[in-house]
Structures are given as structure tokens and as C-alpha cells.
Design a protein around this ligand. Structure first.
Ligand SMILES: Nc1ncnc2c1ncn2[C@@H]1O[C@H](COP(=O)(O)OP(=O)(O)OP(=O)(O)O)[C@@H](O)[C@H]1O
Ligand SMILES: O=P(O)(O)OC[C@H]1O[C@](O)(CO)[C@@H](O)[C@@H]1O
Length: 599
């Protein structure tokens, strides 16, 4: 007899039965978040043979996580190893009265697992890095500066609550089960880490693509101090030997009780085990998005609008609203931008064509090979005669504001525009469209909080800069994953936050970044995972003759700012950034009617 309780349309509608608390489910879910659950401290442990992009991944992770407000630091065991080796060399040199400079470089034999002295030094280097890492993870956190002095519930409610956790990245090959067991024990065991709960996730980069490895090794020997005293050929031979030594002892991760992510051949495949929370929400999408392509990203501020005439008194300033369309100066900029992007697109296509031509051209003893198979949309059988035209394509992202969409609408480049509300300007809530002076009069208490902390003070009923990070996270991931040139048309506040990412400006200082009008801010990838910036002023609207829309490129100025290393220290001096800019400069630029008060 049929059971009347069984729903007949289960396969269409599912069951309506309320989910029961189940011991089995609880156990399974607890296991899944076991090593990723702690939000206060997290260790990401890189795993992989040399030249597999571990340090690249570490730097990209650090850059993204720091931008989104986490404290993040990379501990590269290679640095400690060079120091340990240097000290050993100095001790030996002292005995032998040898005054030559020591750099701590090690040749391939040092990485032989059957070399006990070197093994000891490698373990010692890992221990030193681990000690520093745990000390950094555990240091007492000062009270969030911006929360100091806030007493009333209203004051606290006016601020974005910034909960930052500390994430350490342990960058070494970590290539054996024994080593990873040791790392896990040191970083997470309750006995050693009593009261300091720490999560741990392994990130293994696996790459067996010979063409890619060839390029990686060439990059590696050019950049690593380990090969400073060798010729290119000697260095490549030594690195290949080092890799063979590592391969003899290498054990891939296969312990499914651990939390891990495996990345295969530039994220063409990912394997994820026991991953939960922000690991699943933030880190996995990041790892999938990064690529080593040369495509530039262009950030552009939407063109100027004219606003509408004051209804009662035409002598008063024009009223500027979010829905305004481009005015004549804005349209002039759009045309100049279209011309600039056409030239950029043609230049990028030309570079791609040249690269293809080089790769397909017959070389010594290698008639057909290419390091970029699969890149061209078509078969190229005869490099000499093939039509190597690479048509350019631009991925365009814009806010949903009419002025932004109009700025990105180019007649001769009919690409789709990805209209994204996440790129809309900071929502100024109750004070939308007001001059800063007016806000100061209406709400002096809130205004004084804004002056003290323009980053985390939320506009009543609206947003603050800290809020923007949440909605721009997905945009950054989207930009990073593009393989084509990418244009982003947005507004001052959002562009400040995006520029802070590319420049690696400490995020709380983003409010001081200047975003010039009529200018394209171009970010070109550098091989280590960072970006270089150049500013291109594409038109001068002062010269605009409204009857004649011929556009002239007035200035193309290139200012390269290195992204890694010292850049962080000197970020304050980078072009367009004025760290000590007052709130008036910052929010003032957003609120004043100078250009576009809804920006
Ligand atoms: N997921 C990836 N797979 C393979 N190569 C990558 C990946 N990501 C980046 N790369 C490339 O790997 C090259 C070497 O990078 P990196 O120095 O980070 O390697 P590594 O694994 O840290 O090497 P080593 O262990 O010798 O220090 C870079 O040229 C980078 O472009
Ligand atoms: O001791 P392990 O795990 O081999 O890792 C240390 C090594 O990792 C590297 O940084 C390579 O990533 C080497 O330079 C360094 O000596």
C-alpha cells in the first residue's frame, strides 16, 4: 500500500520536512571546518617543487588579504636558508682567513635529501622561520585605533566594525609528509599552542607542463639570488638538478584528514579538501582567478555631467544627481577615451601577434614547437605565410550610473558592457548630494568623526569606505581572472579602493588617493605577481570647442611604480597619492560640485 506521507513531487519540489539536527551531519561539518574554523589566526602552508609559483601565490595572497583588511605576512624559508648558509660560510671563511663576500647561495647538492649536513641546515632554516611566524601570529593586538574614544552606542553604530584576523603564509617547498606533519604540529597542536587556536591549510601547486616550466625556470634563475654567480646556462642546469633532487623525496598531499587545496597547471584544475568559511568564500575564488597573462587593466573615472538647472533660481549652481547624463565635456572625454583604447588595443594585438610569430617561427632543431599552444583561435601550420592577425577584445566593466555606462559606450568598439552595481559610488545615505560644509552644519558630531576617520565612518543610512571593500572584492577577482584587456569605468571612491589594491597602499590610506579626471590609469602585470602603474591624460576639456568634436591626445605620461618590495614603504610618495590629504580633500572631492558630487 502506498505511504501517503511520501510527497509525490519530491523530484520537482524537494521535501518540505524541516531539517532535523543530526549527529552524523554535525560530525561531518565539524570535520570540514576543523582546521579552517579559527578566524583569529590562520597559517597557509605552501607546498610544491621549485619553480611552481609558490612565492607568486604567496605574494598575491598577501596582497589581496591585506587589501581586504587582514593582517598578512609571508615567511619565506629560502631567506632564512640563505642566512643560515651565509653564517656557516662566514664561520668557515674566518677559519681560512677568506675575506670574499658571502651571499649564502646554495647549489643543487644542498637540496639532496641524502646530504645530512644540508638537511640539518634546511630544518634549522624552517625552524627559524616557524619561530618568527608564530611570534608574529601571537603578538598582542593594539586596540583598533579608530575605535578609541568612542563611548555612546550611536558613535559605535556610526562606524564600520573592522574585524581583522592574522594570516601567516609559510613559503617553502614543504615537500614531504614528515615536514608537513611537523608544520601542523608546531602551528596547531593544542599542547604547543594552548590558548592560541590556529587554523592551518596546505596549498599545493602542481605543474607538469614542460613548456610552462621552461619559462618559469628562466624567470627563476634571473631573479633568485641563489643563481647570482652563475651564467644563464649554469643556472638553468643547477636549477634542473635541484628539482631532480627534490623530486626524489617529494610526496604529494594525500592525507584527507587535513585541509588542503591543490592547484594544477595554473589553476586549470583545483582540488579542495575540508575547506570552509573565508577559505571557500575568498581564497579559493582568488586562487582560481589569478593568471600570469600580460593583459593590462585600465581604471577610468566616469566623464563629467552638467546637472540640471535649479528649478526656482537659474543663477544657483546646477543640481547634480546620480542619474545625470554626460555633458559636452564628458562626451569629449568619451571620444578621446575611445581613440586611446583603440590605440591600446591595436598595440596589445600587435604584441600578441609578434609573440605568436616568434613562437611559431622555426628555431634550431625545433621546427614546430610553441610555448603557447592553444592560445591562437586557429591552427597555424606555416608560420611564414599564416595570417597572424589577433583581433583585440576588451572586457568592459562599468557601474550602473548612466554617466559611467555612457563613458564606456564606444561606437567603433562595440563590446558588451558588464554593468555592475558593485562599482557604483559610495552611498552617502542621508547626505547624498550635499556639500561637505552643509553636512558640517547639519551634523557636527558625525562630521568630526568623519574627519578623524574617513575610512570607517559610515554615512548615515549609507556606506563608508570599509564597506566598499566587501562589494569590490568580487570585482577585483573578476578583473584578475580576465585574459583580455579590461576597462573599468567607475567613480572616485570605488576607484580609490581599487587603486589601493593595485598599488598596495595600506587600505586605510585609500581615502587620500587622487583619482584624476580625463585620465586613464593603466595597470600592467609584472612577472612576480604585482602591477606597474602609468597615467594617461587623454584629453584637455578646457580646449574643448563644443562645435567641433575632433579629439587630440594631449599627453601620455608614463610613471612606473614598482609594486613589490620597497613600494609599500614608499607608497605614500607614489604619484597621485597624498597620504596626509585632509578629509576635506578626500570626501570634499566626492561631495563638492567641482566635477561630480555624486562620485
Ligand atoms: N599556479 C602556477 N603554476 C605554475 N607556475 C606558476 C603558477 N603561478 C605562477 N607561476 C609562475 O611560476 C614562476 C616561478 O614562480 P615562483 O618563484 O613563485 O616559484 P616557486 O615555486 O616559489 O619557486 P622556488 O621554490 O624555487 O622558490 C613565475 O614565473 C610565475 O609566473
Ligand atoms: O626546506 P624546504 O621545504 O625545502 O623549503 C625551503 C626552500 O624553499 C625555497 O624557498 C623554495 O621555495 C628555497 O629557496 C628554500 O630553501
Amino acid at each position: 500500500m502506498a505511504d501517503t506521507k511520501v510527497p509525490k513531487d519530491y523530484y520537482e519540489k524537494g521535501s518540505t520536512q524541516v531539517t532535523e539536527v543530526s549527529a552524523v551531519t554535525l560530525k561531518k561539518l565539524a570535520q570540514r571546518r576543523n582546521l579552517t574554523g579559527s578566524s583569529e589566526r590562520l597559517v597557509l602552508v605552501l607546498v610544491g617543487l621549485p619553480g611552481r609559483g609558490k612565492s607568486f601565490i604567496a605574494r598575491k595572497l598577501q596582497s589581496f588579504l591585506t587589501w581586504r583588511g587582514n593582517e598578512c605576512k609571508v615567511f619565506n624559508v629560502g631567506k632564512y636558508r640563505r642566512q643560515v648558509q651565509k653564517e656557516a660560510e662566514l664561520a668557515e671563511a674566518e677559519e681560512a682567513n677568506d675575506l670574499r663576500q658571502k651571499v649564502g647561495a646554495c647549489d643543487a647538492d644542498f637540496f639532496d635529501s641524502k646530504n645530512p649536513k644540508a638537511q640539518q641546515m634546511r630544518q634549522r632554516s624552517a625552524e627559524l622561520a616557524m619561530k618568527d611566524m608564530l611570534a608574529w601570529l601571537d603578538y598582542e593586538k593594539p586596540i583598533e585605533e579608530t575605535m578609541k574614544g568612542l563611548t555612546t552606542v550611536e558613535q559605535i553604530a556610526a562606524k564600520a566594525s573592522i574585524v581583522s584576523s592574522r594570516i601567516a603564509i609559510f613559503d617553502a617547498t614543504n615537500s614531504t609528509v614528515e615536514r608537513r606533519k611537523w608544520v601542523l604540529e608546531e602551528a596547531t597542536s593544542p599542547e604547543k599552542r594552548a590558548g592560541k587556536k590556529t587554523g592551518c591549510v596546505f596549498v599545493e601547486s602542481i605543474c607538469d607542463d614542460e613548456e610552462l616550466l621552461e619559462e618559469n625556470f628562466a624567470f627563476k634563475v634571473k631573479n633568485s639570488p641563489d643563481f647570482a654567480n652563475m651564467t644563464q646556462e649554469e643556472a638553468i642546469a643547477d636549477l634542473r638538478k635541484r628539482v631532480r633532487k627534490y623530486e626524489e623525496a617529494y610526496e604529494t598531499i594525500d592525507d584527507d584528514t587535513q585541509s588542503y587545496i591543490k592547484i594544477f597547471n595554473l589553476s586549470s584544475k583545483l582540488l579542495v579538501n575540508h575547506i570552509y568559511g573565508r577559505m571557500a568564500k575568498v581564497i579559493v575564488p582568488c586562487l582560481m582567478s589569478w593568471n600570469i597573462g600580460a593583459r593590462p587593466i585600465y581604471l577610468i573615472r566616469a566623464g563629467e555631467t552638467i546637472g540640471s538647472a535649479h528649478e526656482e533660481d537659474p543663477t544657483k549652481p546646477r543640481k547634480i544627481t546620480r542619474g545625470d547624463k554626460l555633458g559636452p565635456r564628458g562626451k569629449h572625454f568619451r571620444e578621446a577615451l575611445e581613440k586611446f583604447m583603440t590605440e591600446e588595443g591595436e598595440g596589445f594585438s600587435k604584441k600578441s601577434e609578434d609573440a605568436l610569430r616568434m613562437a611559431f617561427a622555426p628555431r634550431h632543431g625545433r621546427e614546430t614547437g610553441t610555448s603557447i599552444s592553444g592560445l591562437a583561435d586557429y591552427e597555424i601550420s606555416d608560420a611564414e605565410n599564416a595570417d597572424l592577425k589577433v583581433p583585440f577584445n576588451i572586457h568592459i566593466m562599468s557601474s550602473t550610473m548612466p554617466r559611467a555606462v555612457e563613458t564606456a559606450s564606444w561606437q567603433s568598439l562595440p563590446f558588451n558592457i558588464d554593468e555592475l552595481p558593485n562599482l557604483n559610488p559610495l552611498d552617502k545615505g542621508d547626505y547624498s548630494g550635499m556639500e561637505l560644509e552643509e553636512v558640517k552644519d547639519v551634523d557636527p558630531e558625525w562630521y568630526s568623526m568623519l574627519e578623524k576617520d574617513p575610512f570607517a565612518t559610515r554615512f548615515p543610512g549609507g556606506e563608508c569606505y570599509a564597506d566598499l571593500i566587501h562589494r569590490l572584492e568580487t570585482c577585483i577577482i573578476d578583473m584578475e581572472q580576465q585574459v583580455n584587456m579590461t576597462c573599468v569605468v567607475s567613480h572616485v571612491s570605488t576607484l580609490q579602493v581599487l587603486m589601493a589594491y593595485f598599488r598596495r597602499t595600506p587600505i586605510k590610506e585609500c581615502t587620500s588617493i587622487e583619482v584624476p579626471m580625463h585620465t586613464v590609469i593603466k595597470y600592467t602585470p609584472v612577472t612576480g605577481g604585482g602591477w606597474t602603474e602609468s597615467m594617461h591624460k587623454v584629453c584637455n576639456p578646457e580646449e574643448l570647442d563644443t562645435t567641433n568634436h575632433n579629439v587630440v591626445l594631449v599627453q601620455t605620461q608614463q610613471v612606473n611604480t614598482p609594486i613589490w618590495g620597497d613600494h609599500l614603504k614608499s607608497a605614500n610618495n607614489s604619484p597621485g597619492s597624498s597620504p596626509h590629504g585632509s578629509v576635506r580633500n578626500v570626501i570634499g572631492a566626492c561631495l563638492s560640485g567641482t566635477f561630480d558630487s555624486t562620485n
